[in-house]
Design a protein around this ligand. Structure first.
Ligand code: G
Ligand code: G
Ligand code: MN
Length: 626
């Protein structure tokens, strides 16, 4: 079009010039001059016009391109997007998106979002969002959309858009469907707060409930009493009649205790043969003594299990809030100390807490004294447990587990001494020792002809927050010569509760070194899955408690399956711990778990034994393939 104008303009001016030359030949004729000027003006106008038209064409093309790109982004976006006017009427919604299924079902073009909003979102959430929009602030949070039967969870961001004079013009809502993750989180929450066997709240739940009673400081509730109940002789029954009988005794005990407590009192199953009752007493301390006697009576009644009559008793420890402590962990410890004292006196009785009863604390202090010298006295040893690739059954690497032998204390398990090392800060030195020795050992194996193995080292939260983990790792790698890609640090979820910039930065630095990071004991922690997205984990280790009942419990299979799928969706490898039989391995393989470790292959063993094991394992594999 623009070129056509240009061509016409040139043709016209050429004709006018020709007319001027041939027809009006007289030199300096004013008419000639006018004609020539007219021709020049026309050319110039046509030239400008063609420029404007060309620019317009380019702009339109650009606009079309941008529209197409934005359309693609909206259509293929994993989030649902809505543009609302300032009265929250819908102006635009990318309804093609599946996560808006529920909204879409209720939404017709004439509805304002307000109707959908009022019908589907809780009053409390609505108020929060309205308040944020009124104050021109961004709001982020979870929305539950839908009716009682059919609903989805959305992670939503509501952003007010202001015009030039700072008034609200639009509101943009961006929402992502998190229903699947939420479902896993809810089920994990139940596992983490309730005892699987008895269905009672567990230790973690009890601690939180006690702490919140203390924090609420309810004046009508001037005090309460903790009763720690521990069954006597359970170990003996376990050894003689087996753990199934013991499990039934726990279930029956739960029933008896339930009948003895009121609905408003907390009854928890702390683990194994330990239970806890929290009794609000008002002014009447005697009530606790009476209840303690009743419980002792109930435990003395015979249990009839699998044609056996089993007679046991219980030891009870009581402590009072606020007299004996004003913190839930302190109170729990003191009730336990009182229970130990009742047991020491022969069991089948109760004791109130008295000062000096902290037998558990004293034991910890003694342990700490010995731990202080454990490295220099060469009391630590590392054990190695093989990790196997499920796809080809090949040995992939090892997990390193610390063992301690002390002449006075014997062989305390890591479950006992690691917490003491953590509390005293000794874990920093011990962790450094483990890291260096593990790297050296695996490098020595590589040099002696074993295939290059990955080595997974357990790291405590304290090493992250108080130690210089990045420098320790760098040093261990450099000193041993182990390639960074072969080293893997196992971290538990507990660390990530405090999501601080320092921890994130440490993660980044460790990733820069080239080592792998894995999330250990997954499913036993705090059921917040958001950290999976935020932290660069390479793998996720499913806790052995899931694997142990995977071949007997359908619910564990679905949950394990969901965890594996979720791990993969975050591009993580999934490792299952505690695999003890072929059936468990088969189920895990069917669900595409990547790696396994457990007694089926080998328990954690000393370095010398590991070399022999690895050789035998390789030979067995070769002979099977032939
Ligand atoms: O075999 P096992 O009982 O080894 O281990 C019990 C617990 O102790 C596990 O949760 C494991 O993560 C932890 N643990 C074992 N070795 C170490 C170690 O070297 N450092 C830390 N921080 N924890 C360890
Ligand atoms: O918490 P972490 O995953 O780091 O601890 C591993 C623990 O699991 C160690 O205590 C180790 O001895 C133990 N373990 C390893 N394999 C098995 C197994 O197959 N069954 C059981 N019950 N425990 C196992
Ligand atoms: Mn581990």
């Amino acid at each position: 079009m623009a070129y056509l104008f240009l061509a016409i303009a040139f043709a016209l001016s050429a004709v006018l010039s020709a007319v001027a030359y041939f027809v009006l030949i007289t030199p300096y004729d004013p008419a000639l001059l006018m004609l020539a000027t007219l021709a020049a003006c026309i050319s110039l106008t046509a030239f400008c016009l063609s420029g404007v038209l060309e620019r317009h064409r380019l702009l339109r093309k650009q606009l079309e391109q941008t529209n197409e790109q934005q359309g693609l982004l909206l259509a293929h976006n994993s989030s649902a997007l809505m543009l609302l006017d300032k009265y929250l009427n819908v102006e635009f919604i990318n309804t093609n998106h599946s996560s808006l299924g529920v909204i879409k079902a209720n939404y017709s073009n004439d509805d304002s979002l307000l109707d959908i909003w009022t019908e589907n979102v809780s009053e409390e959430t609505r108020q929060q969002v309205h308040k944020a929009v009124d104050e021109k602030r961004e709001w982020r949070g979870e929305l539950r959309v839908g009716d009682k039967k059919k609903y989805r969870y959305l992670a939503a961001t509501v952003t007010p858009i202001l015009n030039d004079s700072g008034e609200l013009a639009h509101v943009v809502v961006c929402a992502e469907d998190i229903s699947e993750h939420k479902a896993i989180a809810d089920r994990l929450f139940i596992r983490e707060h309730y005892n699987v066997l008895t269905g009672l709240p567990n230790r973690q739940f009890a601690l939180r409930a006690i702490q919140s009673t203390i924090n609420d400081g309810d004046s009508s509730n001037s005090g309460f009493i903790l009763i720690h109940i521990d069954l006597d002789r359970i170990r003996y029954i376990n050894d003689s009649l087996g753990h199934q009988v013991v499990d039934k005794i726990f279930v029956e005990t739960t029933e008896r205790l339930r009948r003895s407590v009121r609905d408003d009192q907390i009854l928890a199953h702390l683990g194994a043969d330990e239970f806890l009752i929290v009794l609000s007493v008002g002014n009447c301390i005697d009530e606790a003594g009476i209840l303690a006697e009743t419980i002792l009576d109930k435990c003395r009644e015979p249990f009839y299990v699998n044609h056996h009559e089993v007679n046991i008793s219980a030891s009870l420890g009581l402590c009072k809030y606020p007299e004996d402590g004003d913190d839930s962990t302190v109170l729990m410890r003191r009730a336990e100390a009182a229970m130990f004292s009742a047991k020491e006196k022969g069991g089948d009785r109760f004791s109130f807490y008295e000062e000096g009863m902290s037998s558990e604390t004293e034991l910890r202090l003694e342990m700490e004294q010995h731990l202080r010298h454990a490295i220099e006295r060469d009391e630590f040893k590392l054990h190695y447990q093989p990790v196997i690739n499920l796809e080809d059954n090949k040995l992939r690497g090892v997990e390193v587990l610390l063992r301690w032998h002390n002449n006075v204390l014997g062989n305390p398990t890591p479950d006992r001494f690691i917490p003491v090392a953590e509390q005293s800060g000794l874990i920093i030195g011990i962790g450094k020792w483990v890291l260096e020795h593990a790297c050296q050992q695996v490098m020595a194996w590589t040099r002696s002809g074993l295939p290059a193995l990955s080595v997974a080292v357990n790291i405590s939260a304290k090493q992250f927050t108080d130690g210089d983990i990045v420098e320790n790792v760098r040093y261990a790698l450099q000193q041993s010569g182990l390639p960074a890609a072969q080293l893997e640090l196992e971290i538990t979820e507990g660390l990530l509760i405090n999501d601080t910039p320092e921890i994130r930065d440490t993660f980044k630095q460790l990733k820069t070194l080239g080592i792998h990071l894995s999330l250990d004991d997954f499913g036993t922690g705090y059921a917040s899955l958001s950290y999976l997205k935020r932290y660069p984990f390479d793998s996720l280790k499913i806790d052995k408690s899931f694997v142990s009942d995977i071949d007997s419990c359908g619910d564990s299979v679905t949950l394990t399956n969901a965890i594996i799928a979720m791990g993969h969706s975050f591009n993580m490898k999934v490792i299952a711990e505690g695999v003890e039989n072929l059936n468990q391995r088969r189920i895990l393989r069917e669900h595409h778990c990547d790696m396994v470790q457990g007694f089926l292959y080998s328990p954690p063993i000393p370095a010398e034994q590991f070399v022999a094991w690895a050789k035998r394992y390789a030979e067995m594999q070769t002979s099977q393939h032939v």
